[in-house]
Design a protein around this ligand. Structure first.
Ligand code: DON
Length: 420
């Protein structure tokens, strides 16, 4: 349990055991504390509508967290395998988005919270389109969009990409797959309804079979934390360094997780926890704090909305304890502007994004308000300029030179921002 540098193969990346460490770091201590207190929260019911899931140990409870640097923290049964079930949905949606792009995928599946249960039989009037890819109908529609010449090839692709998210080869729990395949008539009915409404362009039986398989992919809380962290890291697995999906896709998936990931409890979840999340009926739950970490819990008993009781409680506490609500103001970084000491010099430092560039532009405009003359923009201490900041600087320099100022830029990193 606890932190270490990323090395997927090494046992040592799991760091010291908090039970053996009298002074664990704050993250390890928080997970260990949540595990110790919440393991006795014995509420909710283990899902039984897929008979094989009813065999789960209701006392099992694991927590894992992975930072954007690939540091890994764990508590409890974080290495216990279970099936992804609905936690597969955001990742398969990501694969469909990566293949076809948002506009094409949106023709087949929407992005509106349904306000209904995960297995609701409700499709958009007129189009027959499911409301979003986090409910069963929408997930089946997303699965239907994945390419592949044969069912085996399509599934192998899904498994390979889910494995890339996790940073290790995952497998399928054949007993759970067979159990859902034997009892999954409601999902088949949903697929036939969509087919009848014109919103499913493939065979309902084939696509539901693929969907049952993706739901039966087996992973641990430790794996799921890496998968979640990959979404929070703009699509790059922070442990292996592999780019799994492009950043816009990761952003699109997190957006739908934020509004739809917890089914009819999604609004309340965003209000109280404030993190994009996704739950599954086998007790898995992931949440993402973008640019900070991915976190995963496993605990089979579910509440009335189908969300895991212990996992939801753990994430509520974690979000509050570490101030992680998405709508909170981010901490202010180092100051962008260095005191230049001269009216004709604007000196910046650090990484320039929209916020930092706005500060630079404001300072330039102040200096430029005086009589036209030479102006030095010193970027020698700037470590990176993102494309948005670069465009802002370029247009500011253009406006300054049009107004008769002679601006010289020094020390821009990467592609130089040219003298306006
Ligand atoms: O389609 C089903 O019913 C399951 N394979 C997955 C449902 C699920 O995990 C809903 N999550 N809370």
């Amino acid at each position: 349990m606890a932190a270490a540098d990323p090395d997927p193969a090494a046992d040592s990346d799991r760091g010291p055991d908090p039970a053996a460490d009298p002074a664990p770091d704050a993250v390890t201590a928080a997970l260990a504390d949540l595990y110790r207190r919440l393991r006795t929260l014995d509420e909710g019911e283990v899902a039984a509508y897929i008979p094989e899931l009813a065999r789960a140990d209701r006392a099992g409870f694991g927590l894992a967290l992975v930072s954007m640097d690939g540091h890994r923290y764990e508590a409890g049964e974080a290495s216990e395998p279970f099936t992804l079930q609905s936690v597969s949905k955001p990742f398969v949606y990501a694969l469909a988005l990566a293949e076809l792009g948002l506009d094409e995928v949106s023709r087949w599946v929407g992005a509106e919270p349904s306000g209904e249960a995960f297995n609701a039989i409700s499709l958009e009037e007129g189009t027959g389109r499911p409301s979003n890819a986090m409910v069963n109908a929408g997930a089946i529609a997303a699965t239907a969009l994945l390419p592949g010449a044969t069912p085996a090839e399509r599934f192998e692709r899904v498994l390979a990409r889910l494995s890339a998210f996790a940073g290790r080869r995952l497998d399928v729990d054949e007993a759970v797959y067979a159990s859902e395949a034997a009892t999954g008539d409601r999902n088949r009915a949903l697929a036939y309804l969509m087919r009848g409404a014109g919103s499913l362009a493939c065979d309902p039986l084939a696509v539901t079979d693929l969907y049952f398989r993706q739901c039966a992919v087996r992973a641990t809380a430790a794996d799921l934390a890496v998968m979640a962290a990959t979404l929070g890291n703009g699509g790059v697995n922070p442990v292996t360094g592999e780019r799994v999906v492009d950043e816009p896709v990761a952003v699109q998936v997190l957006s739908v997780m934020a509004t739809c990931g917890m089914y009819d409890a999604s609004g309340e979840w965003l209000l109280r926890v404030g993190l994009p999340a996704k739950s599954g009926v086998s007790g898995g739950l992931i949440a993402v704090s973008p640019a900070r970490f991915g976190v995963a819990c496993w605990s089979p008993p579910l509440d009335a909305t189908g969300n895991p009781v212990r996992g939801a409680a753990a994430l509520r506490e974690l979000s509050e304890r570490f101030g992680l609500h998405l709508m909170r103001r981010p901490a202010r970084g180092a100051p962008t502007l260095l005191a230049a000491g001269q009216d004709a010099v604007v000196a910046a430092q650090g990484a320039l994004d929209f916020t930092a560039a706005e500060r630079v532009l404001f300072a330039l405009a102040r200096r430029a308000a005086g009589p036209a003359g030479p102006l030095l923009l010193d970027l020698s201490r700037v470590t990176a300029i993102d494309p948005v900041a670069e465009a802002m600087l370029r247009s500011a320099l253009g406006r300054l030179s049009a107004a008769g100022h002679r601006v010289t830029v020094t020390g821009a990193p990467g592609r130089p921002v040219r003298d306006g």
